[in-house]
Design a binder for this molecule. Structure first.
Ligand code: ADP
Ligand code: UDP
Length: 230
């Protein structure tokens, strides 16, 4: 094992370019202060991420996906993670709504992008492009590639979730360096997206865990069911 994170374990393989990620049922929120288990989450997040990454590859977003090995485990390209959490928002929610004194669910005139510095000790603080450049977190070219791919991911996902009667409120993605190229890494799942039913506005994501709304497992299963993954 190379690394155990909050939601996944990462293992090395005989191939120095390939890692195996193993998705756990463990859930955390508020920078690890709240801990729990969401039964079945690991398998759902693994299979959803791979399903979505294949769609994104087809639309021109390079990803770390190599091969799904089983329900919980996937072989991925080993990248050097760019220490930026890239957050795209289409509607107000979460920390944005709080900071801006807005209610949740207000659609923006256009999508927004923001960066957090991926650093648990600091609580992933909000930063801008200039901080990222000044702190050597990424080059200008890398930030341009990340920004371009992040908005493309948003376009593809909005259109796809629309067919599942889901509004994509916001999400977080991570990118990595792989042989000089920027590629999409980590995961896209109900842990990392806010997904609301279009008609009822029911939350079908990790906010059910964060806010003790109940029905956490059912929400993850509902997303998985709508994706229709075989
Ligand atoms: P955290 O580290 O935030 O607790 P996880 O439990 O999801 O998160 O752990 C997975 C770790 O693996 C994250 O730090 C993530 O940045 C990293 N990671 C994801 N994809 C890759 C990859 N392809 N190569 C190397 N590291 C990766
Ligand atoms: N997010 C995430 N990991 C984090 C922080 C945020 O996956 O460490 C996702 C979160 O699920 C949401 C989006 O990023 O879809 C925006 O989150 P926000 O900044 O509103 O933070 P939160 O309210 O979750 O603290």
């Amino acid at each position: 094992m190379l690394y155990e994170g909050k939601a996944k374990k990462v293992y090395t393989t005989e191939d120095p370019d390939v890692l195996i990620v193993s998705y756990k049922d463990d859930a955390t929120a508020f920078n690890g202060l709240k801990k729990g288990t969401i039964v079945g989450k690991g398998a759902i997040n693994n299979r959803m991420t791979n399903f979505v990454f294949k769609k994104l590859e087809a639309k021109g977003v390079p990803t770390h996906l190599v091969e799904e090995l089983n329900d919980r485990e996937t072989a991925v390209k080993k990248v050097e993670i760019v220490p930026l959490e890239v957050i795209i928002r289409n509607y107000s929610a979460g920390s944005f709504a709080k900071k801006m004194g807005m209610e949740e669910g207000i659609m923006f005139a256009c999508p927004t992008l923001e960066f957090s510095y991926k650093n648990d000790d600091l609580g992933d603080p909000f930063i801008n492009d200039y901080y990222a450049l000044a702190l050597n977190l990424a080059t200008k070219e890398e930030i341009e590639a990340i920004t371009k791919y992040a908005f493309l991911v948003n376009e593809v996902l909005i259109e796809y979730f629309d067919t599942l009667n889901i509004d994509l409120i916001d999400f977080k993605i991570e990118f990595g360096r792989y042989h000089g190229q920027i590629i999409l890494a980590d995961e896209i799942s109900p842990d990392t997206c806010r997904l609301w039913d279009k008609d009822t506005h029911e939350k079908l994501d990790k906010d059910r865990f964060r806010r003790d709304l109940g029905g956490v497992e059912d929400a993850y299963e509902e997303i998985f069911r709508r994706l229709g993954i075989q």
